[in-house]
Design a protein around this ligand. Structure first.
Ligand code: GUN
Length: 288
């Protein structure tokens, strides 16, 4: 068996079109959705992610601005900027690119973002709302994975979903979103004993560990849907996921590539959350 590819780039283009239409509807009413991205320091991966986010905003015709702060910026200055953006009329969404330097308290920063502008969905209010099924801004990466699964008509209710990784950005919210759609969910961590006992039970396997190519064919049930959230650069310069793509595609039924899998979907869902924030702010939430 050789798995079919879940083409994140193509799905993301199709989904982005839907959100462009919603943005165009707002613009016709004089509302221009706006996103502010804050980046602290010179982490090259973060810089690349941010430039891709801004590019997507341009493509869909949203206002966007980047606030590029030096590595040694004080927490106080960062909080002051967030407060200004909280008040700024032309900004509907605020995203602080993570990770932040060690001298800055990440939780304090995320809590400073106004809930209604929290397009990353990382504010405690939005985390709690996700937990109770009342989410306004689902975190972009798991939101993108859910959209991919629905686009590919992958059944979720009653299926065994296994997530490897328990981060706040991906693993935990991914589990809640799959649970909300009635999957039977298992979360594995780096300490899980006999990982393959859990992963070979998965109809849907989502991997977000940051460990290059750790998931091999023997971890995967034949016919499973495999979603690779990882993106790692090897010493050779090659980009790979957390899944050994060549090995696992022999047993999976559907698999995401890296690059061109989950990455573009994350960015598209950020656009979606920004447009949603502008719809809510301007009282133009579509009713259907
Ligand atoms: N760093 C890695 N992924 C993300 C993300 O989805 N949002 C933010 N703000 N930072 C990240």
């Amino acid at each position: 068996m050789s798995a079919a590819l879940i083409d994140g780039k193509a799905i993301s283009e199709a989904v982005r079109k839907e959100w462009k239409e919603r943005a165009d509807n707002l613009k016709a009413k004089g509302v221009l959705p706006g996103l502010a991205v804050i980046i602290v320091g010179d982490n090259p991966a973060s810089k690349l992610y941010v430039s891709n986010k801004i590019k997507a905003c341009h493509e869909v015709g949203l206002h966007s601005e980047v606030h590029d702060l030096p590595e040694d910026v004080s927490e106080k200055m960062l909080l002051k900027l967030i407060e200004e953006l909280n008040q700024a009329k032309k900004i509907n969404g605020i995203l602080v690119q993570l990770p932040l330097p060690k001298h800055i308290d990440e939780s304090k920063v995320l809590e400073a973002i106004k809930q209604d502008k929290d397009v990353d969905g990382f504010h405690l209010y939005n985390v709690g709302a996700l937990m109770t099924g009342n989410t306004v801004f689902p975190p972009c990466t798991p939101f993108g994975v859910m959209r991919m699964l629905s686009y590919c008509k992958v059944p979720i209710a009653g299926q065994n979903a296994v997530i490897v990784g328990r981060s706040n950005i991906v693993g935990k919210p991914m589990a809640i979103m799959l649970l909300q759609e009635d999957a039977t969910v298992t979360i594995c961590t780096s300490k899980t004993k006999e990982l393959e006992k859990h992963t070979t039970n998965a109809d849907i396997l989502v991997v977000a560990t940051g460990r290059p190519e750790m998931i091999k064919a023997e971890h995967v049930k034949p016919g499973a849907v495999v979603i690779d959230v990882g993106i790692n650069r090897l010493e050779s310069g090659k980009l790979v996921g957390d899944v050994d793509f060549e090995d696992v595609k022999k047993v999976a039924s559907l698999i995401t590539p890296v690059p061109g899998g989950v990455g573009p979907m994350t960015i598209t869902m950020l656009v979606a959350n920004t447009v949603m924030a502008a719809e809510r702010d301007s009282g133009n939430v579509p009713t259907d």
